[in-house]
Design a protein around this ligand. Structure first.
Ligand SMILES: [Zn+2]
Length: 197
């Protein structure tokens, strides 16, 4: 009985220590991105990935530059506690849908390509889905063949609306295992998740 109590206390302390340390995903923006979009994306990503996503100050960068340059600048501005940075960018010029370079620890999503005819809820969901996809890529996960998984391949942004908003159970397990291997901070029950309107 006593032994069990000691053991469980040890586990509890280990859990506490773990919750307070570890690296995190960082979320930032570049260009004209509404603050609510960043807040919603952060909540969506934390809720569906199970790891901590911290919001950083908006990046002050020339958004007419190529996406990889924007991402590199964001990665340089990261704190040591950041594992990788995800930039929600609204470029001023025609740019690809996004760029994700796992070995450089950044991803940039061009949210202009995800616009849904003025439907903010749809745009938020698409950003959340693409955010999960790049988080998985940043952990070197591969696409998933299972149709009910957010990691399945697609061609046009409109297809995201018919797709799952989350990982399938095996991908979720894989994500959790890789996150632990990389020393990422897991979301604990006390971490607040608030969706802004
Ligand atoms: Zn999957």
């Amino acid at each position: 009985m006593k032994k069990w109590m000691l053991c469980s206390l040890g586990l509890w302390m280990a859990t506490l220590g773990y919750a307070e340390s570890g690296r995190v995903f960082t979320l930032t923006t570049a260009g004209d991105v509404a603050p609510g979009l960043k807040a919603n994306a952060r909540a969506y990503l934390q809720d569906n990935s199970g790891v901590v996503v911290e919001a950083a100050a908006d990046l002050e960068v020339d958004v007419s530059r190529p996406l990889d340059e924007i991402g590199r600048e964001a990665a340089e501005a990261m704190e040591d506690s950041s594992f990788a940075v995800i930039v929600l960018a609204r470029p001023t010029e025609e740019r690809p849908q996004g760029v994700c370079l796992p070995h450089e620890h950044f991803a940039v999503l061009n949210i202009a390509k995800l616009e849904a005819a003025g439907d903010p809820a749809k745009l938020s969901r698409r950003i959340g889905q693409e955010g999960l996809r790049v988080m998985a890529m940043l952990l070197d996960m591969s696409p998933c063949p299972f149709p009910l998984c957010v990691l399945v391949g697609y061609d046009k942004p409109e297809e995201l609306d018919q797709m799952s908003g989350n990982f399938c159970p095996p991908c979720r397990d894989r994500f959790a295992r890789l996150s632990a291997e990389k020393g990422l901070r897991m979301l604990s029950e006390g971490d607040e998740i608030v969706l802004s309107e």
